[in-house]
Ligand binder design. Structure first.
Ligand code: HEM
Length: 357
């Protein structure tokens, strides 16, 4: 027996590798006219691994303090070999990840893939949406530049508007009443320890559940078409791979053509830059809050807006329990209309937020 075979046998006896291979061989993916959407979960997963790999490399040089953060990022992009590329890929990939996640989330919503027994797959996914947004918000401050400083100031101020719990949340996020070096240290802790730990558990559970239940078929197709499938290994996986290679190409092109800017160092005493805006995935909420009148029925408009978004988030997490018989009758229509309204609202408000000063 060759050395490599005996090593395989040794490992198999201890880790049960064969059973994993057998499981992967048995896995099938439904084949129908909407199968293309099944690739976006894998794409999100791929971009997450890009984030972990580039994030670890950035950690080798990054310093999380108000005195050193900006200078350390400057060092990374000017002195460290390929440092500019790693930083740009990390930033661009974060944005592509959120875009892939939105496409994945809305596609599973419209395919009613959250219906029993996949409710917990949906809930872990919805929690991953909040965690991903948390990654974006905390990561944005880390270079400690002017734009990030004021965006964090405005973002945490919005959280602070909510009655009773708002101020404690603001103080918890900022590590005091103002955005200071303490906020930076805290955000660094969230970004590289707390959020990755939670994300790892959630992604592990999410993917394990997908493995357990298999991919779902949209109800209409289940009823009208003969079930056809494709082997996961190698057919689907190789197609996944093509998507990931394309993503690497897009990331490399974006990073080379549009390197991520650093701007000027944060200065708490400087005046806020005009027309300050958050990252694109917060824009729809930011713009909506801007449009709300100061008072709605004697209540503060901004507070009502924030509570509205909070309730919207809760509704989104609970969708599988609110629509127990998707794919049929009036409920299907109602939930499709709600989904289309949310997508159109997000797209329109994001564009308006982007073009308005
Ligand atoms: C970091 C974020 C996420 C990762 C890495 C991820 C990964 C995946 C993967 C690999 C699959 C299997 C392939 C597919 O159907 O696309 C999947 C399925 C699924 N995901 Fe996600 N996902 C994420 C976020 C979300 C979000 C935000 C939601 C919804 C709120 C969600 C809900 C679901 C559901 C319900 C399925 C089952 C689909 C089916 O059975 O047809 N996921 N996810």
């Amino acid at each position: 027996m060759k050395k490599i075979d005996s090593l395989f046998l040794w490992l198999d006896e201890r880790l049960g590798i064969q059973s994993i291979f057998k499981m992967a061989k048995k896995k099938e993916v439904p084949l129908h006219r909407h199968s293309i959407w099944y690739y976006f979960g894998g794409m999100t997963l791929f971009l997450f691994t890009v984030q972990v790999a580039t994030g670890i490399l950035l950690l080798l040089y990054y310093r999380p303090s108000a005195e050193g953060a900006f200078e350390s990022v400057q060092f990374i992009i000017t002195e460290v070999q390929f440092g500019w590329l790693i930083r740009s890929v990390h930033s661009w990939s974060a944005n592509l990840l959120i875009a892939a996640l939105f496409i994945h989330m809305f596609s599973v919503y419209f395919m009613s893939a959250y219906r029993a027994p996949r409710e917990i797959t949906w809930i872990t996914g919805a929690l991953l949406l909040f965690i991903s947004i948390g990654f974006g918000f905390s990561g944005y401050l880390l270079p400690w530049n002017k734009l990030a400083f004021f965006a964090t100031k405005v973002g945490t101020e919005i959280a602070g508007v909510v009655p009773i719990i708002g101020h404690p949340i603001l103080r918890f996020l900022r590590g005091g009443d103002e955005v200071t070096g303490a906020t930076l240290t805290r955000f660094f802790g969230f970004h590289v320890a707390v959020l990755p730990a939670i994300a790892t558990v959630l992604i592990g559970t999410h993917v394990l559940l997908v493995q357990m239940h298999g991919m779902s078929v949209p109800p209409k197709i289940e009823e009208t078409e003969e079930p056809k499938t494709m082997k996961f290994v190698p057919n689907f996986l190789l197609r996944d791979l093509i998507g990931w290679i394309l993503a690497v190409g897009v990331l490399a092109a974006l990073a080379a053509i549009f390197p991520w800017e650093l701007g000027e160092k944060a200065d708490a005493f400087a005046s806020a830059p005009a027309g300050i805006k958050p990252e694109w995935y917060f824009l729809f909420m930011f713009q909506t809050l801007k449009y709300l009148p100061a008072k709605i029925f004697a209540l503060d408009g901004e507070v009502l807006g924030i509570l509205g978004f909070g309730l919207g988030g809760l509704f989104w997490v609970l969708v599988p329990f609110l629509n127990k018989t998707p794919g049929h009758g009036r409920r299907k229509l109602v939930f499709n209309v709600i989904g289309i309204f949310i997508v159109v609202f997000i797209i329109v408000m994001t564009i308006v937020g982007y073009v308005s000063s």
